[in-house]
Design a protein around this ligand. Structure first.
Ligand code: ADP
Ligand code: ASP
Ligand code: MG
Length: 450
């Protein structure tokens, strides 16, 4: 059994949906196909939610109409000459009515979550209807029947295992299962989601639960690149990468993978193959535990980082001080990304500022607090074990003109990260690319990178 996940662009147009159908049909054996919403749809749903929150029902209605037009057109192009047309139009009408029904409601977290899942429900419906029309056997299994998170937002693997295995086992003769990425139920059996980009996470969780042979992430680029192609021109696809390195890059901003999506696969040692829907013949990137060691594999950047510095002459070296600091973050359910300490101060970074005021107020009893926002973490992933010579100097030589706010090295063997102003992010990514990768052959011969 394998899992194939297709992202928004892959199901973003009729032409692309047909490509996905071809890839699925050409994949032998039992498989679970996980689909995202069509590209732009989740953003559009989020816009509708924001307008409802601002009590702008008329504008929200216009956005719903736009979405409905897109769906009608998709049904027309997919089934215009086939038997599924009337049924498809009827189904899109029902989706439209559902969205319209929220215009009478006041904004709430519930309304937000119920609206956000609509995109994946539509894309999976359309895709399965296409499979029926193509006379390909397939079974649609609703993610809400098996994907559940607990009160802390963590996936319930036991539940997933039990529910999903029982559905699959009850369809012994079926090869192709289709389900929604991203969407789930929470502990109170309400509709919820796995956060933006969460379809990758769905795929990995399903793969881990069923202990599949491989998890394939099909997207709009030929695998994971050595640097962020949105900001750097001369990036290239990586053939293979270890779970640890891929997990660091995903966590620190490589948009191609949801931040948590590698962990379930790593825990069950299931290889993840990242492939391009628009170039299926390209080898893509294999994430597995046997990747050849590279000193520097790839670079990523994570934005919207806030640094908090706590200066305390009295307490820092006293035992228990850091525990008290961490307790403040724990109480406010805010994760810390980076941390550095000195004799008199500790600096740490967060990306979720929802509770920043509460955190600052509580930290003030420990000392003087300084807060700086609009920062980015630059993450360099590779086999950066501390005894490898030349790696750190190669990195910092490239960027010696750039002010660095914090550095984190040695926390794991696979990551060196540092904090810069977001305005310096693009120059830093480019300088590192030129300095570390542009002349790979020459650098390899100097044994800096490999
Ligand atoms: P999908 O809709 O298939 O989930 P995403 O847009 O979430 O696709 O992720 C693919 C995009 O991630 C690429 O088009 C690329 O712009 C971006 N990206 C960022 N960092 C990387 C990287 N290191 N390697 C490849 N793509 C990356
Ligand atoms: N549709 C969701 C999003 O746009 C989930 C995903 O595509 O992975 O975030
Ligand atoms: Mg994605």
């Amino acid at each position: 059994m394998i899992v194939l996940k297709f992202g928004g662009t892959s199901v973003g147009s009729v032409e692309n949906i047909r490509k996905v159908a071809d890839i699925v049909s050409n994949t032998r054996g039992r498989k679970i196909v996980v689909l995202s919403a069509m590209s732009g749809v989740t953003n559009s749903l989020q816009k509708i939610i924001n307008l409802i929150e601002l009590n702008k029902a008329e504008e929200a209605k216009k956005e719903i109409e736009e979405l409905n037009k897109k769906y009608q057109q998709t049904v027309y192009e997919l089934f215009g000459s086939g038997g599924k047309f009337d049924e498809g139009i009827k189904e899109m009408f029902l989706f439209n009515e559902k969205l319209i029904s929220y215009l009478d409601k006041k904004y709430s977290d519930r309304v937000e979550k119920e609206i956000l899942v609509q995109g994946e429900l539509v894309s999976t419906y359309l895709f399965q209807q296409l499979m029926v029309e193509n006379q390909e056997n397939s079974t649609l299994i609703p993610a809400l029947d098996f994907m559940r998170i607990d009160q802390f937002g963590e996936p319930r693997m036991d539940y997933l295992n039990e529910k999903l295995s029982s559905v699959i086992n009850s369809h012994q003769n079926d090869d192709t299962f289709i389900t929604q990425g991203f969407i789930c139920e929470n502990n109170d059996c309400e509709i919820d989601n796995l956060k933006r980009g969460g379809s990758d996470y769905t795929a990995s969780l399903i793969g881990a639960a069923l202990e599949v042979d491989q998890i394939q992430i099909w997207t709009d680029i030929d695998g994971m690149h050595n640097n962020d192609p949105r900001y750097v021109d001369k990036t290239f696809s990586i053939d293979e990468i270890s779970f640890d390195e891929a997990a660091e890059l995903a966590y620190f901003g490589a948009k191609i993978l949801h931040p948590q999506s590698i962990i379930p696969a790593k825990e069950k040692n299931i290889p993840v193959l990242v492939k391009n829907t628009f170039s299926p013949e390209s080898p893509g990137t294999l994430i597995h535990d046997k990747a050849k060691v590279m000193k520097i594999r790839a670079i990523a950047a994570k934005d919207q980082i806030t640094a908090i510095k706590i200066k305390s002459y009295r307490m820092l070296m006293a035992y228990g001080f850091l525990m008290k600091v961490f307790e403040v973050f724990e109480k406010n359910k805010t994760a810390i990304d980076m941390i550095t300490t000195s004799e008199v101060a500790v600096s740490l970074t967060i990306d979720n500022t929802a509770k920043l005021n509460e955190i600052i107020a509580e930290l003030q009893s420990f000392g003087n607090i300084e807060v700086e926002s609009d920062l980015s973490i630059i993450c360099i992933a590779g086999d950066l074990a501390q005894n490898k010579k030349g790696v750190t100097s190669a990195i910092f030589n490239c960027i010696d003109e750039i002010p660095i706010r914090m550095i984190s090295y040695g926390g794991s063997n696979y990551n060196l990260s540092f904090l810069v102003k977001t305005t310096d992010k693009i120059p830093v990514l480019n300088l590192l690319n030129d300095g570390l990768f542009s002349n790979l052959k020459e650098v390899e011969s100097k044994n800096i990178l490999v």
